[in-house]
Write a protein that binds this ligand. Structure first.
Ligand SMILES: [Zn+2]
Length: 242
């Protein structure tokens, strides 16, 4: 299993856990082409010796089509109770409303989150050691999350009261900075569960081969909300992303 990571902010705790096979384990969901060279007949899962057709680019035998790992975010309130974390759309909505009242543009914040997430988080099979890539050093989840926390600290200064303003969400009132931490954690989960950018950038060394959105999907909702459509789009923008 992938080691869980915890971060606390304003007495709220954000945890990223590996739900293993009890998570949403879809067929080769990040579409990594582990046998992209089409030069190997052995399943790429560590310890598996099953043979595959040489042109099966996934590199996975029939027994290993399903991912065995799924990162999931948990949020505990200051009382220590597990609460339902708001979905990324609720967080984006709350932050946009918070920022517009203080004329504080969020675009640089989300751009920085994007730059620091996309392609910087390996897929769950790699993070769990189920597949290995010779000669490539893995960034840990801690490093990935802390780089996003640095971005958050720049835009939500710890010494500014407004960073801690409670914002209304469908899951109750949650401080703005806690919502930012939660959103960043959701980005890490999406990129690891569904992204192939790290694999394409670091292993294939051709980022343009990337086919999956990963963490770009939650960020796309923010992009849809702030695009100058010329018409009222607030609620219908929710239909633009999964
Ligand atoms: Zn196998």
């Amino acid at each position: 299993m992938i080691n869980p990571i915890n971060r606390t902010i304003d007495n709220w705790r954000i945890t990223i856990n590996d739900n293993g096979i009890t998570g949403r384990n879809h067929i080769n969901i990040n579409k990594n082409k582990l046998n992209h060279l089409k030069n190997d007949r052995t399943c790429k899962i560590v310890g598996c010796t099953n043979l595959i057709r040489i042109n099966r680019t996934s590199g996975l035998c029939d027994n290993h089509q399903l991912h065995e790992h799924d990162l999931c975010l948990e949020l505990h309130n200051p009382a220590g109770n597990l609460v339902n974390a708001p979905a990324h759309k609720d967080i984006v909505d709350a932050l946009i409303e918070w920022s517009s009242s203080r004329n504080f543009g969020l675009l640089p914040f989300f751009s920085n989150l994007s730059f620091n997430t996309l392609g910087n988080v390996p897929d769950v099979s790699t993070l769990a050691g189920k597949v290995t890539h010779i000669g490539i050093t893995l960034p840990t989840l801690d490093i990935a999350y802390d780089s996003l926390i640095q971005v958050i600290n720049n835009f939500f200064p710890i010494n500014n009261n407004s960073s801690f303003q409670p914002l209304v969400t469908s899951k109750g009132e949650i401080p703005a900075i806690v919502l930012a931490y939660t959103f960043a954690g959701l980005l890490i989960c999406e990129e690891a569960n569904r992204g192939d950018r790290w694999f394409c950038r670091m292993v294939i060394k051709e980022e343009s081969k990337t086919t999956q959105l990963g963490a770009a999907m939650p960020i796309a909702y923010f992009a849809a909300r702030i695009f100058p459509w010329g018409v009222e789009m607030n609620k219908s923008a929710r239909n633009l992303t999964l």
